[in-house]
Design a protein around this ligand. Structure first.
Ligand code: FES
Length: 154
C-alpha cells in the first residue's frame, strides 16, 4: 500500500474502512439535515403543479428534476443568457429574498412581462422559509439569445 509499502495490510485496510464510514456518515447527515421545500408552479395556462425541492437547490434545478411542464424554461441551463427562467413571486416572498446580483438584474431587464416581483429562477435558491411558496410563469417568455441573434442579422 502507499502508506506502509505492503500489498494491503490490516492496518491500512482499517484506516481506509474508517475513512469510508466517516465520509458516508457526513454525507447522510448533510443530506438529511437539508429541509424539503414545497413549491407550487403556475404555468402560462394557469395549470398548477406542486413539487418538493431541497434547500439550496435553485428553482431551475427543481423544474428540471421534477419535470415541471413549463415551455422553454431554463434554455441556457442557468448561465444567465436567456431569461426563459423568468418567474413572478408573491410580494411577501420576494421581499425576503436576497438582493439580486447585477448580472441577474441585467438579464432580467430584457425579460418580457417584467413585474416588480420578478426574478430569474436559475438564480433563486430554496430556503426553508419558502415552504408553500407559489411562483407564476409570465404569459410571454422569449429566449434572449434568439432575440440578440435576430437583431444582429438585421
Ligand atoms: S436559465 Fe437562462 S437565464 Fe436562467
Amino acid at each position: 500500500c502507499f502508506y506502509c509499502m505492503c500489498s494491503i495490510c490490516v492496518r491500512c485496510y482499517s484506516v481506509l474502512l474508517a475513512c469510508v464510514v466517516f465520509v458516508l456518515d457526513v454525507a447522510v447527515f448533510h443530506y438529511s439535515s437539508q429541509s424539503k421545500v414545497l413549491l407550487h408552479f403556475v404555468n402560462q395556462n394557469g395549470m398548477k403543479t406542486s413539487v418538493t425541492g431541497t434547500e439550496g437547490e435553485s428553482l431551475l434545478d427543481v423544474v428540471v428534476k421534477k419535470n415541471v411542464q413549463i415551455d422553454g424554461f431554463g434554455a441556457c441551463e442557468g448561465t444567465l443568457s436567456c431569461s426563459t427562467c423568468h418567474l413572478i413571486f408573491e410580494d411577501s416572498m420576494y421581499d425576503r429574498m436576497e438582493t439580486m446580483a447585477d448580472d441577474e438584474m441585467d438579464m432580467l431587464d430584457l425579460a418580457y412581462g417584467l413585474t416588480k416581483t420578478s426574478r430569474l429562477g436559475c438564480q433563486v435558491t430554496l430556503q426553508p422559509w419558502m415552504d408553500g411558496m407559489t411562483v407564476r410563469v409570465p404569459q410571454e417568455v422569449k429566449d434572449q439569445r434568439d432575440v440578440q441573434e435576430t437583431k444582429s442579422k438585421q
